[in-house]
Design a protein around this ligand. Structure first.
Ligand SMILES: Cc1cc2nc3c(=O)[nH]c(=O)nc-3n(C[C@H](O)[C@H](O)[C@H](O)COP(=O)(O)OP(=O)(O)OC[C@H]3O[C@@H](n4cnc5c(N)ncnc54)[C@H](O)[C@@H]3O)c2cc1C
Length: 606
């Protein structure tokens, strides 16, 4: 195997999720904005995406890592040839149309299908996948901008495949986005002049598209402090005239490209606004609602980061699995003392099987959680979108789950990738195999789009405490319904008991913490990540149990690969219920006994 051919996808499990568990053929396809897509078309699209990802995205995986991006010092970044080929192939093949709504010339796939597609692309080559953000920004602009702004930008982005960025971070405004200093001075109408320095901007410049659209947060003169004082601007690399034609170079210029640990093919840029030339921008929608508007992009990016993590673990696990079925080393443990015993494939060793099952059960569980959330996004759209009263419940649940998908997947996958590598022994550490690059490319996921603790704060304060636990109770109620519905005679008694116990532990964790924060909010600071992890593990355990119910019903009649697949689903759920869910009791114990002692340790004593 070469590292260029690194990518192994799991379309079987994706199809199991979409069509056997979530039944999107009945729940999403053919409904509301997804009128014209049926199950066959969705399947064909995903088969096509998988082939495309193998042929166009995977081959650049190594080149993106080993051939540095070229920065000319004048604001221009040149991509390696395999990346240009991948991006051109994507647009020429019309794959960008999958996630676009019909009124923008797209195929109108629901989020469940487009996130499945995203997982495949990101697993094949995450760095290339990021360059596709412009396509999504067209949807955001179409949603939020004035008619005039839409006319100027949406057709241009879609027809000419312009790039896109989200521009929040500054040297002194990272997690604290509201500390941003970039200023915006009103010129006339919706036009402003921006000045400031942004950093760590993904796609800040790249040479495949003719233009790049930056969505920038900046503070208009006279606006208040914090995130509330920020507005969002469309800032193009080349100015776009009112008739849509390209104007002169705008003063948004990349002044540095970062040298990173991983995803090296993704250009991470310092973007200087208005230093040597005026930087013109348009106030999006001509309203000052910057942070709320930017959240349309942030939520997409958070789901994208979690999905990237899941795709990476999926391909890493399948690589490790293949290796452990070929590599022979040592005798079966029961004959370890017998020098004449045949050498066995390492998959026969209990410890290797343990490592494999940890990867398998988690990747299936994480994918199950993410695609179920994606289906909630389908529901939100079918019920009229974010602002519709009917969609409120599904929307709130989606919001509650996003920090789990982003925060938990990114942390857990980084941890589990070290087991993927461990399965290879020393070979995993060298670049003949892709795992060491997966690990380097993965680490970023727990950092950008809000670090893990920012996700934990979001979960506890914004998604649970703010609505007095109502949405959380709704989620826990669904899990309880599953526990109650498992009869006393099925084979899933251990799963039922483990899930019921974990449900009780998680409910107790939230009750305890609500009491503790009344004493000191530091408690939520200390325990926030643990709370996020406990809830994520409960949701994953639940989704795996739901999958096990379906697998159990089908395994008896299944033959060949299908039979092995359903047996594998049952094995994942069983392992998770026995080895992972009981750990939630430990989370509970540590949270209950948590104190504030660390705050009293003098800084000098650390
Ligand atoms: C490769 C890469 C690509 C990126 N792409 C983009 C992009 O396209 N657009 C963009 O705008 N930004 C981008 N970023 C920026 C990224 O979102 C920030 O790096 C991230 O939000 C963290 O900010 P920071 O680096 O300033 O870390 P800091 O905010 O300084 O955080 C440092 C540590 O302190 C902790 N911390 C900070 N504040 C708190 C708090 N209040 N309570 C508890 N703990 C806290 C953090 O959790 C973290 O562990 C990118 C970054 C990288 C590295």
């Amino acid at each position: 195997m070469t590292t260029s051919a690194h990518f192994r996808s799991n379309l079987r499990d994706i199809f199991f999720n979409l069509f056997e568990v979530l039944d999107i053929g009945a729940s999403s396809l053919g409904k509301g904005p997804f009128q014209s897509m049926d199950a066959d078309t969705a399947r064909e699209a995903l088969v096509g995406i998988e082939e495309f990802a193998q042929q166009y995205f995977a081959p650049g995986f190594v080149e993106g890592d080993r051939v540095p991006l070229q920065f000319d010092g004048k604001g221009n970044v040149k991509l390696p040839p395999s990346f240009v080929r991948a991006l051109n192939g994507y647009y020429e093949g019309g794959w960008n149309k999958l996630e676009l709504p019909e009124h923008l010339g797209g195929y109108g796939a629901p989020p469940s299908v487009s996130w499945a597609s995203f997982e495949i692309l990101a697993a094949a080559n995450a760095a290339v996948t990021f360059y596709l953000l412009g396509n999504f920004l067209a949807k955001v602009i179409d949603n939020l901008a004035t008619d005039e702004q839409k006319k100027r930008y949406v057709p241009n982005i879609l027809e000419h495949h312009w790039g896109g960025t989200m521009v929040l971070t500054e040297p002194d405004a990272g997690s604290d986005v509201g500390a941003g200093l970039t200023r915006a001075k009103h010129v006339a109408g919706d036009e402003y002049l921006l000045e400031g320095v942004k950093r760590f901007i993904t796609n800040g410049d790249f040479d495949q598209p003719k233009n790049i659209v930056h969505l920038v947060l900046a503070r208009p003169e006279g606006a208040g402090p914090g995130t509330k004082g920020l507005s969002m601007f469309i800032v193009p690399k080349y100015w776009v005239e009112a008739d849509g034609s390209l104007g002169e170079r705008n003063g948004a210029v990349v002044t540095q490209v970062e040298h990173k640990m991983g995803i090296k093919g993704s250009s991470t840029c310092e973007l200087t606004l208005g230093a040597d030339a005026p930087c013109r921008g348009l106030l999006v929608g001509n309203v000052h609602q910057g942070i709320a508007q930017m959240f349309h992009v942030i939520e997409y990016a958070r789901m994208g980061v979690g999905t990237k993590s899941i795709g990476t673990l999926s391909t890493a696990y399948l690589n490790a699995l293949a290796y452990t079925k070929e590599r022979k080393q040592g005798a079966d443990l029961t004959r370890a003392a017998d020098k004449t015993a045949p050498r066995v494939e390492i998959i026969r060793h209990p410890d290797v099987r343990r490592m494999l099952m940890l990867q398998k059960s988690f990747v299936e569980g994480l994918r199950a959680m993410a695609l179920w959330t994606a289906q909630l996004q389908d529901t939100v759209a079918i019920q009229g979108g974010h602002d519709a009263v009917e969609a409120k419940q599904a929307d709130a649940l989606n919001d509650l789950l996003l920090p789990l998908i982003k925060g938990y997947s990114s942390e857990k996958v980084y941890e589990l990738l070290s087991l993927s590598l461990q399965c290879f022994g020393g070979s995993g550490y060298i670049q003949d195999y892709p795992i060491e690059q997966y690990i380097r490319d993965q680490k970023i996921d727990s950092l950008y789009e809000g670090t893990t603790h920012i996700q934990a704060q979001d979960l506890f304060f914004r998604k649970v405490a703010r609505d007095r636990g109502q949405t959380l109770q709704g989620l826990l109620g669904r899990i309880k319904a599953t526990v109650d519905a498992i009869g006393d005679t099925t084979e899933l008694q251990v799963e039922k008991a483990a899930l019921g116990k974990a449900l009780g532990d998680v409910s107790a964790i939230f009750m305890t913490m609500l009491g503790k924060v009344a004493q000191s909010v530091y408690h939520a600071g200390f325990q926030g990540n643990r709370i996020l992890f406990a809830l994520a593990e409960l949701v994953i355990g639940w989704r795996l149990t739901v999958q096990a119910q379906i697998a159990l019903a089908k395994v008896g009649a299944a033959v060949g690969d299908d039979r092995a697949f359903y047996q594998g689903k049952l094995a994942s759920a069983r392992f998770f219920a026995r080895q992972i869910l009981p750990g939630i009791a430990m989370h509970r114990q540590l949270i209950e006994q948590g104190d504030l002692e660390l705050m009293d340790v003098p800084d000098e004593a650390f």
